[in-house]
Design a protein around this ligand. Sequence first.
Ligand SMILES: NC(=O)c1ccc[n+]([C@@H]2O[C@H](COP(=O)([O-])OP(=O)(O)OC[C@H]3O[C@@H](n4cnc5c(N)ncnc54)[C@H](OP(=O)(O)O)[C@@H]3O)[C@@H](O)[C@H]2O)c1
Length: 202
Amino acid sequence: MKRVILIGAQGKMGKAALSGLRKHEVITASRSGDGCDFHVDITNKESIKALYQKVGPFDAVVNTVGFCEYAQFEKMTEEQWDTTIQSKLLGQINVVKVGLDFIKDSGSFTLISGILNVKPIPFAIADATTSGAIDTFVKCVAHELPRNIRINVVNPTVLEEAWDVYGEMMPGFQPVPGALVGKAFERSVDGFISGQVLFVDA
Ligand SMILES: NC(=O)c1ccc[n+]([C@@H]2O[C@H](COP(=O)([O-])OP(=O)(O)OC[C@H]3O[C@@H](n4cnc5c(N)ncnc54)[C@H](OP(=O)(O)O)[C@@H]3O)[C@@H](O)[C@H]2O)c1
């Protein structure tokens, strides 16, 4: 059994990840902390550090947080770009950067991206751009991580559990069950792979 920190645990993707982590001791966190063990704001490095200090020794971090703004490219404001970059891109990078000072030897990080960087749809340019950047970050930074620490990213299509929210903006997409996406998180945490983008698509 591993000690796994799951950030964003009460979200739709967090619940999908949790389904693949049941054999582990899972410590949950989110921005509000509602229904979780701890609160953390991934856009704030001090908040990330405080979470790791409070949790104590751990083997893995699974982050399912990455807030994105949705708008047509021509109408996207600088603030909307910044909000998305601070959360989905820099927030996740800082979960790893700060986490390196705390995670055990041979530990692992698992991040979240999303299929829209390879299957674009209208209004999703910020999500697509930051998802692509996170996929690249994971593939490349894996070569630099010390102490046998691994890193992967789960890149899923839309969840069945989120189809009522996103279905209308994603015609022609086939949603997948959260339990299937949970398997990808399990493969990342329990396997030996690193630097991989784990696509889950129908
Ligand atoms: N849903 C899908 O079908 C799907 C498919 C592919 C990829 N994704 C990606 O998965 C990610 C999560 O999506 P979701 O559908 O799970 O969203 P969600 O249901 O809205 O959940 C978001 C979660 O993130 C937490 N959160 C938000 N900002 C935070 C911050 N700054 N620090 C810490 N926690 C924060 C929220 O915590 P509080 O509630 O406590 O604020 C909540 O637990 C997104 O990047 C999305 O693009 C989603």
